[in-house]
Design a binder for this molecule. Structure first.
Ligand SMILES: [Mg+2]
Length: 395
């Protein structure tokens, strides 16, 4: 018994050092965003980060921004992480944040640190033999419901797309962006939502995302109030980004009067940015993006803070299989997070792992209980989407 305890203590005390951090920009299959300046397949909007260690263990993270920015960010951060322990994600990430305050906090460096932090949690899980969710706070659930995130389409097409993903086993859906609100046609908006509800079925969960963080969003509070009234007739679980992302006063007012819950926060970064939104009561559901906000260390603190304010936390890390894996581990570690965002048909989600995520018969994803994040990247599959695949794997 004593020998066993000593062996555990020595393993815990063993130093595992960061030897290198590499980033690979993903190209070629970037999914459409429904943005007014639409993403092209050859645009880089996602990057995978690998943290290599002297123990031969590599951890993985994901970043939702142009991979070339991430590679530049790593060059800036390198003197701060070189030789650091790989077993203290929260302290090391905070060190990176605190020492770069003068270089545009909340932007590229915060995004880059997000990927590093996720990878460090992956390493800590692998070294300790524990799933990351347990290290983050425990196992409140063993599966989570993925809501299939779909771009809004004209009503007939919307009906077909939702029906297609329903046939693939999804039981929760979010429709957003595209023509919604942008055609200035409230009848069209309602027809899209009606088509989606009819195709999803009365029992499905359905959410609506206006995507008002898009460039030059044309509407204000009155539009959001009118639209929220319309949505209540279709049993909509939340109305996401109904207002421009900085309109905190309008969010607070909308939340008080809206018959449907109000969601937002995907463009905010750093935990500190969420404080006024929670204190002032702007959201029913808060949706920080683990691949931008500062990683799992930051995400956990935001999720705990939200819970203390009675606000539901649902992650926004749908961008890659690694982002979804991080969201699943957070769902395990949070008492009320039963959902993860999941973008149907994305190559960066389905096409980069040795074992892609698969829905069970009730439309849920099992949360991996393997050490770390519980996903294994496939070198050959990744090579289809990045010239830097080799840098992500130990030599
Ligand atoms: Mg959104």
């Amino acid at each position: 018994m004593l020998a066993e305890r000593n062996a555990l203590l020595s393993a815990a005390a063993r130093q595992v050092r960061i030897t290198a951090i590499k980033a690979a920009a993903l190209f070629g299959e970037s999914p459409k965003g429904g943005w007014s300046a639409e993403i092209r397949p050859e645009d880089s909007i996602h990057a995978i980060i690998a943290v290599h260690t002297d123990a031969g263990i590599t951890g993985y993270g994901s970043v939702f921004t142009d991979g070339r920015l991430v590679q530049a960010g790593l060059q800036v951060l390198e003197p701060l992480f070189r030789g650091e322990t790989a077993l203290e994600p929260e302290r090391v990430s905070e060190k990176l944040h605190q020492n770069t305050f003068w270089m545009g906090r909340g932007g590229t460096l915060t995004h880059t640190i997000s990927g590093i932090d996720i990878a460090l949690w992956d390493i800590l899980g692998k070294v300790t033999g524990q799933p990351v969710g347990r290290l983050l706070g425990g196992t409140y659930r063993r599966r989570a419901q993925p809501y299939c995130s779909l771009l809004m389409e004209a009503p007939a097409r919307m009906r077909d797309v939702v029906a297609d993903y329903r046939d693939r086993g999804f039981r929760a859906f979010k429709i957003g962006w595209g023509p919604f609100g942008r055609a200035d046609d409230s009848k069209l908006d309602e027809a899209i939502v009606r088509a989606a509800r009819e195709a999803a079925g009365a029992a499905a969960r359905l959410f609506v995302d206006a995507g008002a963080s898009d460039a030059l969003w044309p509407h204000g509070l009155k539009w959001a109030m009118r639209t929220a009234e319309m949505l209540k007739d279709y049993d909509i679980g939340w109305f996401e980004e109904p207002l421009r992302p900085d309109a905190i006063e309008d969010f607070c007012h909308l939340r008080r009067v809206s018959p449907v819950p109000v969601a937002g926060g995907e463009v905010l970064t750093r935990r500190q940015a969420f404080v006024p939104w929670l204190v002032r009561g702007a959201f029913d559901i808060v949706q920080p993006d683990v691949t931008k906000v500062g990683g799992l260390s930051e995400q956990r603190r935001i999720a705990r803070m939200a819970d203390d304010f009675g606000v539901k936390f649902v992650g926004h890390g749908w961008n890659t299989a690694v982002g979804v894996a991080a969201d699943l581990q957070m769902a395990a570690a949070c008492p009320h997070t039963d959902l993860v965002e999941f973008i149907g048909g994305s190559a960066y989600l389905d096409g980069i792992c040795t074992e892609p995520f698969a829905l069970d018969g009730e439309g849920y994803l099992t949360i991996p209980d393997k050490p770390g994040l519980g996903v294994r990247l496939d070198r050959d599959k990744l090579a289809r989407y990045t010239p830097d695949s080799a840098a992500l794997f130990p030599a």
